[in-house]
Structure formats: structure tokens, C-alpha cells
Design a protein around this ligand. Structure first.
Ligand SMILES: O=C(O)CCC(=O)C(=O)O
Ligand SMILES: [Fe+2]
Length: 331
């Protein structure tokens, strides 16, 4: 059973954004931090109201240009295939991405932060992620629109991380130290195109999964009844698009930082409507070399709220990422 109405909280991030920070008081920020704490602890998904920060025209344009790219001839898209780079950066054809052993019914363009390794030597085979992003040449406006989006998402990333840190009970000094773990975020971004899921398809439009890193900011077109999130009570809930908002979900690193107090939530896409759906998830992640370990603030808050934490072994984010995505590195 899928619950039709989104039962997800809506939180306004304006009090934490640089351009509007001074318009709000510390009490306003504390109220927003408390909303984040409740949403992350109890739901794992939320709508972030970004009105005034992301303009509707820009939000529409990046998806329109993305749709135009997916409409280009297949051989043109293949010119920037991930196999011609490092097996990670570039175009993935329909059905190529695998989740839980089954092909996802989408095509996509994958982008990452700059190569975290030394440059590839001439003639050598690149390591996974040891390459440069491959942008489509047509439509010409797509690359600048995606690059502008990445810049905006970094601003949003710092604002949301700040609000979450305070919500978890950090003071400003602790937040400053904590931010150093994500201040050179090894971000990634995926432009995804979903044709309608064939009626007898094996697998989903995008199989159920948790995201790897800190946070995901998901921007989609207006198609309803596609993205579903698993509620804590075990029901799939439709997370339909809300104008002026992006969907935020918690990734595996916040789960680890909080010993499971902020669990990464399962989600999936089942897109059956007869339209072509486009989405643009941006993954705001820790730095490639950050060590992820249970936070003191999580221990304090858990003790105060009577929550039992389940600490996990420390992990270097880059190692974790490579382990998770290695299934895609087959070139
Ligand atoms: O397309 C969507 O709505 C979600 C995609 C997603 O969950 C992902 O790429 O991690
Ligand atoms: Fe996801």
C-alpha cells in the first residue's frame, strides 16, 4: 500500500542562508534546528523550502535542458559514456545502473567533485573516479546550468549541515570543527531520465536504496507518484514534488555520525505514468578523506532523550564510496 499524500515535514532554510541570515534571530535558527532534529530522528525525509534562494525559472530550466539532452540521438549521448572515462563520470545508458542486482529503468549523467587522486598518466587506465566530468555539448546551456546548480547546492549544503549540527545539540564552536569534515565536499550529482516503467518490468525505475553520504537535495519535474520513501512504520509514502521545495533525505554518513539516531531512509522510484520524468539529485557528501566517527553531540542528545545508539566502525568516506559504487565500475 502506498500512502497518497506526502506526510513529510516542510522546513524553511532561509534563517541559515548567507543572503538572509541577518534577517533572522538565533531563536529563529534554534527553532529551525529543532525542526531538523525531529525530522531527521523521526522521518528521515523532508521538504526544504528554498523559495527566494532557487528561482523557479532556474529550477525549470535545468530540467528542460536535461530533457533536451536525453532526447539527443543515442550515439551522441554515448560519446560521453562513463566507459570512455573512469567508469563513473559521464553518461549511463538505459538499464545500465544496477540496484540490488536488478537493472534500473533510467538513463543518466553522473558528475562528481574533482578527481581526488593524482592525474592519470598518459596511456594508463584511470582508477575509478580518477577522471574529469564529461558534459554534453548539446544543448549548449546544460553545462553552465549544471555548474551553477552545483554552486547553489554547496551553499545549501553548508546551511543544512549547520542547522542539523545545532539541532543535534552542537554549539557554534563544535559546528566549526565538524564543518571541516565536509568543507571540501566530495559531492556528486546525477541527472536522471526515466521513461515509463514497462508494465512487466523486472526491477524498478530506481530500486530501493539508501544514499551514501550526508544529504541529498532532490529536484524533480512535476511528475507525481514516482518517488516513494519508506516510513518508520513500514509504509511506502509518495514524496510528490512540492513547488518551491527540494526533497532532502539523510544519507549513510549522518546515520553513522549519530549511531543510527538519524537513520538513512530507504527510497525508490516507480514511474508508471506515460511521460518521460527527469530528476536531479545532488549528493552533498563529506570530504573524500574525512573519517566518519560517532559524534559527541549525538551521544549527549541520545542520553538526554533516552535513545539507545548503535555505533558502527569508523570509516573513511572515500573508501566507503568506492566500496558502494564499485558495482558500477566495470569499464
Ligand atoms: O529520481 C528520484 O526521484 C530519486 C533518485 C535517487 O534516489 C537517487 O538517484 O539516489
Ligand atoms: Fe537516492
Amino acid at each position: 500500500m502506498v500512502t497518497p499524500t506526502p506526510a513529510l515535514p516542510i522546513i524553511s532554510i532561509a534563517p541559515y542562508l548567507p543572503a538572509t541570515y541577518a534577517d533572522y534571530s538565533d531563536a529563529d535558527r534554534a527553532a529551525v534546528a529543532a525542526q531538523f532534529h525531529a525530522a531527521c530522528r523521526d522521518v528521515g525525509f523532508l521538504y526544504l523550502n528554498v523559495e527566494g534562494f532557487l528561482l523557479k525559472d532556474d529550477m525549470d530550466e535545468v530540467l528542460t535542458l536535461g530533457t533536451e539532452f536525453f532526447e539527443r540521438p543515442q550515439e551522441e549521448k554515448e560519446k560521453i559514456h562513463i566507459g570512455s572515462m573512469d567508469g563513473a563520470r559521464g553518461y549511463q545508458r538505459y538499464g545500465e545502473n544496477i540496484t540490488q542486482g536488478k537493472a534500473d529503468h533510467h538513463e543518466g549523467l553522473d558528475l562528481y567533485a574533482a578527481n581526488p587522486y593524482e592525474a592519470v598518466e598518459a596511456g594508463a587506465k584511470p582508477r575509478p573516479l580518477q577522471g574529469d566530468n564529461q558534459y554534453p555539448k548539446t544543448p549548449a546551456g546544460l553545462q553552465p546550468a549544471l555548474e551553477a546548480w552545483v554552486d547553489k547546492m554547496h551553499v545549501l549544503g553548508e546551511a543544512v549541515m549547520h542547522a542539523m549540527a545545532l539541532g543535534l545539540g552542537m554549539d557554534e564552536a563544535e559546528w566549526k570543527a565538524f564543518w571541516k569534515l565536509s568543507n571540501k565536499s566530495f559531492w556528486s550529482m546525477r541527472l536522471i531520465g526515466y521513461p515509463p516503467l514497462p508494465p512487466n518490468a523486472d526491477g524498478r525505475s530506481c530500486g530501493e536504496h539508501k544514499d551514501y553520504g550526508n544529504l541529498t537535495f532532490l529536484h524533480t519535474d512535476s511528475t507525481p507518484d514516482a518517488l516513494q520513501v519508506l516510513s518508520r512504520s513500514g509504509e511506502w509514502i509518495n514524496a510528490n514534488p512540492v513547488p518551491g521545495c527540494v526533497v532532502v533525505n539523510i544519507g549513510a554518513m549522518w546515520d553513522k555520525w549519530t549511531g543510527g539516531m538519524y537513520p538513512a531512509t530507504l527510497h525508490r522510484v516507480i514511474h508508471k505514468a506515460p511521460t518521460y520524468r527527469v530528476s536531479l539529485p545532488f549528493f552533498f557528501e563529506p570530504n573524500f578523506d574525512s573519517n566518519i566517527t560517532l559524534l559527541d553531540a549525538a551521544k549527549r542528545t541520545a542520553a538526554k532523550e533516552g535513545i539507545e545508539l548503535v555505533p558502527e566502525p569508523d570509516v573513511l568516506y572515500g573508501d566507503y564510496l568506492l566500496g558502494k559504487v564499485s558495482g558500477n565500475f566495470k569499464y
